[in-house]
Design a protein around this ligand. Structure first.
Ligand code: ATP
Ligand code: MG
Length: 565
C-alpha cells in the first residue's frame, strides 16, 4: 500500500475490526488481500440492523482496496423465497453498495459441501446417526454436565459412507438419519458436542429444485461457503462467537482455506424490533401493511416512509462497531434522518386539519403570487410562487378561541404573520349549530407584505397557510413508532410484541389542503411541510396527480418531550 493510502486510512477512527485488518495487511496475511461478504438468509426482508452489516462489509472492502461479495445463505429450503432474494438485492443497491458480478448462493456449493462431508466421514470425523432428533437433543446434556455418546457413534467409515450416500439418494424419510461431526460430547462448548451437519429434508429448494433431499446445516455451510469464496475476514454478529471453534475445527479437518471470523455486536435500536421471524408475523397477521409498511424497520419500509440511504449509512457509521450488545436510541437514527432531509428537501405549505379563513379587506376577485424560498439551507433550490387570495386555510391547531397566556398564534383580536405573505388579525369567529368553529373572518395589513412591506410592527408568531381556491385535497398519513415500549422484543409477564403496539402509529388524514405545486410530486419525492415535519410521496397509494403523503419524521423529537412529562 502506498503512503498516501495509509494516510487516508489513518484518518478514519480505528475500531477493533479495522485494527485487526490493518494488522493482517501489515503481516501480509493472505498476501494482504481483504475480501468480505454480506451473507443474508433469504427468509425475509432486510432491516435496519442488516444495514449496519452491509455498510461495514462493503466499507471495509472499499477502504482496504478489497472486495465484498453478496452471498445468499440459502441452506434451508422451507423458509426461503425468490421474493426475498429480489428484495434483498434491491435494498442493498438502494443503500448504494455494489457487489459487481459477485452474487453467490450457498446452494451453488451443495456439491462441494457434500464432498467436504465425505472427507470428514473418510477421516472418521463424522458419522451417520440414526437416533431421533429428540434423542440427539437430550443426549447433548447441559452446559454444566457432559453429553452422552450416541450408540451409532462408532459406525465404520464404510457403513457411514454407504448410509450418507443413500441419504443423498432419497432412500429415507425426513428425520430417519442425520450426519454428525465426531468431536467431543463432553466439551464445555455445546456446539462441539457432535453437532448435526446434514439432515434429510424431502423438500424442493428455490434454486436447486428437487436435486437434493439432504441439506447442510447453517454451521456446515456458512464457514465452508466463506472458504470457497476465499473470504479473508468473515465478519458476523456476537451470537456466532461460540460457533467459531466449530468453524475452525471443520476448516482444519476438511483442510480448506481458513477465513478469519470476527464478531461484533448486533445493532439494536429502541422502540424497534428486528427479528425477521417476528417481522414476518406482523406481516402475516395483518398488523402492518406488508414488509414495506412505513412503520416497519425494514429497508423497504423505511424507503417508503421517506428515509434516505445517506441518513441510514451515516447512522450506521456513527454507531460504530462494538463488542458488547447495547440498545441504541432511535432518536439517533431520527437525528441522522432530519439532518439529511433538512439539507435536501424543499419546503412546502400543507394544512393538515383545515380551518377556513376569509380576509374581509382583500379584494374578493384578486389573486397575487408571493415568493417563497424553497430551501433556506440550499441557495440553488431557488424560489417558487405561492398564490394568495381572500380565502385561505390554516391549521386548526393554529387557532384558539380562548388561548392560554403564552399562546401567540391566532386568537380573537390577535395578529400573526402568514409565512411569505401578510399579517392577519382575527376579527370574528363563525361557528356551526354544535358550536364548532367553522370559519374565521380576518383582516390583513397590506403594509406587512413579506419582503417588501414597510411596516415595522412585530408579531410573536408565524403560521403556515394555503390559498383555499388553489390548494388541492390530499390524503396525508401520519406514521409514528410502531411500538410504545423501548424494547418490544423482550416484553415480560406473558406479554409479547403484539401487546405493546403503539395504538397511534398511523393516523390517516383524508382532507388535507396542500399547496398546488405539490400536486405533480412523484413517488418518493420528499419535502419539509413548513412547521410540521418531513413528508414523502407514498409509492404504493399515490397515482398521477393524486399524491398520498407519508410523514417520515416530525421536525423535532416529540417523544423526548412526552417522556420528560
Ligand atoms: P434476524 O435475527 O433479524 O432475522 P439474521 O441474523 O437471522 O437476522 P441474516 O440474514 O442471517 O439475518 O443476516 C445477514 C447478516 O446480517 C449476518 O451477517 C448478520 O450477522 C447481520 N445482521 C443481522 N442482524 C443484524 C443486526 N441487528 N446488526 C448487525 N448485523 C446484523
Ligand atoms: Mg440468521
Amino acid at each position: 500500500m502506498s503512503n498516501k493510502e495509509t494516510e487516508i486510512l489513518d484518518e478514519k477512527p480505528i475500531d477493533f475490526i479495522r485494527a485487526k485488518i490493518k494488522e493482517d495487511i501489515a503481516n501480509n496475511k493472505n498476501e494482504g488481500r481483504v475480501h468480505t461478504r454480506f451473507p443474508p438468509e433469504p427468509n425475509g426482508y432486510l432491516h435496519i440492523g442488516h444495514s449496519k452489516s452491509i455498510n461495514l462489509n462493503f466499507s471495509l472492502a472499499k477502504e482496504f482496496g478489497g472486495k465484498c461479495n453478496l452471498r445468499f445463505d440459502d441452506t434451508n429450503p422451507s423458509k426461503e423465497e425468490v421474493e426475498y432474494v429480489d428484495s434483498i438485492k434491491r435494498d442493498i443497491k438502494w443503500l448504494g453498495f455494489d457487489w459487481a458480478d459477485r452474487e453467490y448462493y450457498a446452494s451453488d456449493y451443495f456439491d462441494e459441501i457434500f464432498e467436504y462431508a465425505v472427507i470428514l466421514i473418510k477421516k472418521g470425523k463424522a458419522y451417520v446417526d440414526s437416533s431421533s432428533m429428540e434423542e440427539i437433543k437430550t443426549s447433548r446434556g447441559m452446559p454444566t454436565s457432559p453429553g452422552v455418546e450416541s450408540p451409532f457413534r462408532n459406525r465404520s467409515v464404510q457403513e457411514n459412507l454407504d448410509l450418507f450416500e443413500r441419504m443423498k439418494n432419497g432412500e429415507f424419510k425426513d428425520g430417519e438419519h442425520v450426519l454428525r461431526a465426531k468431536i467431543d460430547m463432553s466439551s464445555p462448548n455445546m456446539n462441539m458436542r457432535d453437532p448435526v451437519l446434514y439432515r434429510i429434508k424431502n423438500e424442493s429448494h428455490h434454486r436447486t429444485g428437487d436435486k437434493w433431499c439432504i441439506y447442510p446445516m447453517y454451521d456446515m455451510a456458512h464457514g465452508q461457503s466463506d472458504s470457497i469464496e476465499r473470504i479473508t475476514h468473515s465478519i458476523c454478529t456476537l451470537e456466532f462467537e461460540n460457533h467459531r471453534p466449530l468453524y475452525d475445527w471443520l476448516i482444519k479437518e476438511i483442510e480448506i482455506f481458513p477465513p478469519q471470523q470476527i464478531e461484533f455486536a448486533r445493532l439494536n435500536i429502541s422502540y424497534t424490533m428486528m427479528s425477521k421471524r417476528k417481522l414476518l408475523l406482523l406481516v402475516q397477521e395483518g398488523i402492518v401493511d406488508g414488509w414495506d409498511d412505513p412503520r416497519m424497520p425494514t429497508l423497504s419500509g423505511m424507503r417508503r416512509a421517506g428515509y434516505t440511504p445517506e441518513a441510514i449509512n451515516s447512522f450506521a457509521e456513527g454507531v460504530g462497531v462494538a463488542k458488547r450488545n447495547a440498545l441504541v436510541d432511535v432518536a439517533k437514527l431520527e437525528h441522522s434522518l432530519r439532518d439529511h432531509l433538512n439539507k435536501i428537501t424543499d419546503r412546502r405549505m400543507a394544512v393538515l386539519n383545515p380551518l377556513k379563513v376569509t380576509i374581509t379587506n382583500y379584494p374578493g376577485d384578486q389573486t397575487e403570487e408571493l415568493e417563497a424560498i424553497n430551501n433556506p439551507e440550499d441557495e440553488t433550490a431557488g424560489i417558487r410562487k405561492l398564490p394568495f387570495c381572500s380565502e385561505l386555510f390554516i391549521d386548526r391547531d393554529d387557532f384558539m378561541e380562548d388561548p392560554p397566556k403564552k399562546y401567540f398564534r391566532l386568537s380573537p383580536g390577535n395578529e400573526v404573520r402568514l409565512k411569505y405573505a401578510y399579517f392577519i388579525k382575527c376579527e370574528e369567529v363563525l361557528k356551526n349549530d354544535s358550536g364548532e368553529v367553522i370559519e374565521l373572518k380576518c383582516t390583513y395589513d397590506p403594509e406587512t407584505k413579506s419582503g417588501t412591506g414597510t411596516s415595522t410592527r412585530k408579531v410573536k408568531s408565524t403560521i403556515h397557510w394555503v390559498s383555499a381556491r388553489h390548494a388541492f385535497d390530499a390524503e396525508v398519513r401520519l406514521y409514528d413508532r410502531l411500538f410504545s415500549v423501548e424494547d418490544p422484543a423482550s416484553t415480560k409477564d406473558g406479554k409479547d410484541f403484539r401487546d405493546v403496539l403503539n395504538p397511534n402509529s398511523l393516523e390517516i388524514l383524508s382532507a388535507c389542503k396542500l399547496e398546488p405545486s405539490l400536486q405533480e410530486a412523484k413517488s418518493e419525492d420528499k419535502f419539509q411541510f413548513e412547521r410540521l415535519g418531513y413528508f414523502c410521496v407514498d409509492s404504493k397509494y399515490s397515482s398521477q396527480g393524486k399524491p398520498v403523503f407519508n410523514r417520515t419524521v416530525t421536525l423535532r423529537d416529540t417523544w423526548a418531550r412526552i417522556n420528560k412529562k
